[in-house]
Design a protein. Structure first.
Length: 258
């Protein structure tokens, strides 16, 4: 695991006990996935990045006869998920880095799915190639991930306050065009739907806490060193621009078959 991913892992591990309280957007994304479940009866499902198990429980409820393998690279997240999923005997939790698992797994699955995790992968194209390799004939990939437009307002606010270019983690996420190019080369049939989710916060600090307590910092703690003066200036900037502290989540829903 490279240094950057190790930092991301630590950020998610620190948020294992706070994630569920603050992860309303991730839960909404899980609901979107549930609404788009393909009409099939998979016997074997692989879930990449299970976090605290919210989406895992949805999978278990929708497919009670399937064997579900759910992975997360954070041991603390897996421990939390295990405590939440005690009644779901068809879910097998394991602490593994998803990219490494995809690379070395020799099993096959009828459905590989993931909610709000693949955008953190180091090599997304290789991950999609390995997903296609592990899918059975007529197997399905169903996932959500975030795009580079996520938190763009926060990036603009930071640039305004510091009067210089400021990089945030989401800027490294794939654009829809790049994502579509990769997926269409690997899968026989693919659809990508873009969904915009917006949230309003009373203050910048409230938004930053939400990012921190869901582990979605990208391993960077730089924005959390903001002082009162900077936070007040950002609050003023948000009020003048949007009338509130607004946060946009650029969500991609992928449905693909080999």
């Amino acid at each position: 695991m490279n240094c950057s991913k190790e930092k991301i892992k630590k950020a998610f591990s620190r948020s294992a006990t706070t994630y569920d309280h603050y992860a309303d957007v991730q839960k909404e994304m899980a609901g979107i996935l549930s609404e788009h479940m393909p009409d099939l009866k998979p016997k074997h499902i692989l879930e990449l990045g299970c976090a605290t198990g919210y989406y895992s429980a949805i999978l278990s409820n929708n497919f009670p006869d399937a064997v579900i393998t759910s992975l997360d690279f954070s041991e603390k997240m897996v421990e939390t998920a295990s405590s939440h999923l005690t009644g779901d005997s068809n879910i097998h939790l394991t602490c593994r880095d998803a990219e490494d698992f995809l690379m070395h797994c020799e099993k096959s699955f009828d459905c590989i799915t993931s909610n709000a995790a693949i955008h953190w992968f180091d090599d997304k194209e290789l991950a999609f190639k390995n997903i296609a390799r592990l899918l059975n004939k007529d197997g399905v990939l169903l996932c959500t991930l975030l795009g580079p437009g996520t938190f763009h307002e926060l990036g603009l606010a930071l640039e305004s306050v510091f009067n210089r270019s400021v990089s945030i983690a989401a800027e490294n996420f794939l654009s829809r065009e790049k994502l579509a190019s990769i997926v269409s080369r690997i899968f026989r049939h693919s659809e990508i739907h873009e969904i915009t989710i917006e949230r309003k916060h009373d203050t910048t600090l409230e938004l930053l806490r939400k990012i921190k307590y869901t582990g979605a910092t990208g391993g960077s703690a730089s924005v959390f060193g903001l002082g009162k003066t900077q936070l007040t200036a950002m609050d003023l900037w948000f009020q003048e621009r949007y009338g509130t502290c607004r946060a946009t989540y650029q969500v991609y829903l992928i449905h693909a078959r080999i």
